[in-house]
Design a protein around this ligand. Sequence first.
Ligand SMILES: [Zn+2]
Length: 288
Amino acid sequence: MLHIGEISICRINDSDYWVDPGGPFGLVPRALWSRVFPVTDDHLVKMSSNVLLVRTGGMNILVDTGYGSKMPEKQRAILRLSRPAGDLTDGLARVGLKPEDIHLVIDTHLHADHASGNTRYDESGRIVPVFPNAEYVVQRREYEDAMRPNERTRATYLLENYAPLVESGQMRLLDGDTDLAPGVRGVVTPGHTPGHMSVVFSSGGHYGVQLCDMATYAVHFERLGWMTAYDVEPLVTLETKRRWQKWALDYDATLFFPHDPYRPAGKLTHDAEGKLMVEPLDTTLLDV
Ligand SMILES: [Zn+2]
């Protein structure tokens, strides 16, 4: 467990899976990215679902919920999805928490790899919340886009992950930057999607931010021009990153990356040649 002032944070890896590098690296030539990121012999790169468990002010908070349990077997096989340490619920159990103990779920956005773990099928096949006592929050703009998926976004915007929660009143829609818990603030960071949200932590003069898909891997935060093919507004991502790179340096902030299996957290600094780099944090501090 890692501390930012009074706030404690740990990573629960909900799953590992493998994707075509064209997704996370987009237009970046393979000759460049393959120098800094491992690739398998059959041309796949690894992604993790780095869910954060945040504890502050007596509240247990999740930032995103990963792929959850509803994925069809065929898609699991395509992604080679594996859970060497179990899923999000198993991770919570390792720190003595049940799904009922979660007070707040912050959905950074509603893509399937972040929000599918919001809901599950019950014994009779109905969709029910995984976290029955939690309030869920997401930006209203993200919800509106997710309710009207188009030909490019409909594979990832799956209504069963969020629509029932809004209909039942369990999910609150946010209009812009919002304080969510002591020292925890949701901030709109557009680019990956227009309503994409990052989560800022501040306590006792210490700072951190779950950048989420503003920087899918740590390397995306080191290089302004590198962004994923999943971003719907890549040039907006670039300007958002520019602002938050400066913020990260100014506040010496601990940074969290949603899909990086190798550097899930770190700090932005300069290398010997003066180039920006993410100094990784020891994951044994972070993981449960
Ligand atoms: Zn993602």
